[in-house]
Design a protein around this ligand. Structure first.
Ligand code: ADP
Ligand SMILES: N[C@@H](CCOP(=O)(O)O)C(=O)O
Length: 314
């Protein structure tokens, strides 16, 4: 009987300087599989089982799980395209904490769509699937944004185009950068963290945002990674969101003093990340964050790099 599994990695939304338009996939260097998985097999009727470290934090029934919504949405799109579907049994391995800033909902959504697409012999192309993923991410977080689903699905660091084809562009990666990533253990709702942001930005902020993003993309393509790191500053969300994150200012101060190239909030937090120029430096920052930024037993730290591969079907 046909059965397969889709693994979809954690991701950093915004990467500080690209609110809603820049994202990066994450892979711990110690080989830990940091991401959700969806198993799929044929069945007589649809079912969703949830397992894994953070399954107990999911909303009650299968109907309120985003993975069930992905299945129904996928079937609707198949019907519109005149293609047949059949019932499936899904198992979600919920390995990412909810409301963590690690693209947890995106990871479930991407794993679900990637598993469904592979199971039904790839009826949808990359851009069509990304648009479907963005639609479901929008349902859960309050507005469509691709900065988690795109890197989670495709890997690497991705820049959204605002167009339907291609939805996203891949940016060059720097193999020498290591990311100290720490989830504090508390939950921050993405929708709530979006609600606290001003709905308009002033001229000076808009100019800084545009300049930073332009310089960053140029610098990556030119291989000038020092210049790229120098503009990794969040002028849009961090000034408002950091008040939701106990220990944020101290963590930034430590990471700067330890020589990190940049420091910021991953997605809507509470996860933070430091961009480091060596593995040893990232380990040092991660150790500080483990001892000082983590608030409870759910928290964890990892030293990560950005994998060029996103979702893996096996
Ligand atoms: N499979 C799922 N994974 C994560 N969240 C889910 C899932 N299914 C339903 N949810 C709900 O969606 C919301 C996700 O919250 P959000 O703050 O966007 O999480 P994250 O920032 O980690 O993606 C929560 O209310 C959660 O209960
Ligand atoms: N661009 C979004 C990213 C949210 O990421 P999440 O991991 O917190 O869901 C935002 O900043 O709102």
């Amino acid at each position: 009987m046909k059965a397969l599994t889709a693994f979809a990695p954690a991701s950093i939304g915004n990467v500080s300087l690209g609110f809603d338009v820049l994202g990066a996939a994450l892979a711990p260097v110690d080989g830990t599989k940091l991401g959700d998985e969806v198993e799929i097999k044929a069945a007589e009727s649809f079912s969703l089982k949830t397992v894994g470290r953070f399954a107990h934090k999911l909303p009650g029934g299968a109907d309120s799980n985003i993975v069930t919504k992905c299945y129904h949405y996928f079937c609707e799109q198949m019907e519109k395209a005149g293609k047949p579907t059949s019932p499936v049994a899904l198992t979600l391995h919920k390995n990412l904490p909810i409301g963590s800033g690690l693209g947890s909902s995106a990871s479930s959504i991407v794993a679900a769509f990637a598993a469904l697409n592979a199971f039904f012999d790839n009826p949808f192309d990359e851009d069509t699937l990304l648009i479907m993923m963005g639609e479901l991410e929008g349902q859960i977080s309050g507005s469509v944004h691709y900065d988690n689903v795109a890197p989670c699905y495709l890997g690497g660091m991705t820049l959204m185009t605002g167009s339907d084809a291609p939805v996203t562009l891949s940016l060059p990666l720097n193999d020498d950068w290591y990311y100290a990533v720490c989830y504090s253990g508390i939950s921050v709702s993405t929708a709530a963290a979006r609600d606290i942001l001003p709905k308009q930005v002033d001229m000076a902020t808009a100019l800084t945002f545009g300049r930073q993003l332009g310089v960053f993309v140029h610098a990556l393509h030119a291989g000038n990674f020092g210049l790229a790191a120098s503009v990794m500053k969040d002028v849009i969300a961090e000034p408002y969101r950091k008040s939701l994150l106990p220990g944020f200012d101290e963590a930034r101060a430590f990471s700067e003093q330890a020589g990190a190239l940049a420091f910021g909030i991953s997605g809507s937090g509470p996860t933070v990340f430091a961009v480091c120029s060596s593995k040893a430096q990232a380990e040092n920052v991660a150790a500080y964050l483990t001892d000082n930024y983590i608030q409870n037993d759910d928290g964890f730290s990892h030293v990560c790099q950005i994998p060029s591969q996103g979702t893996i079907i096996s």
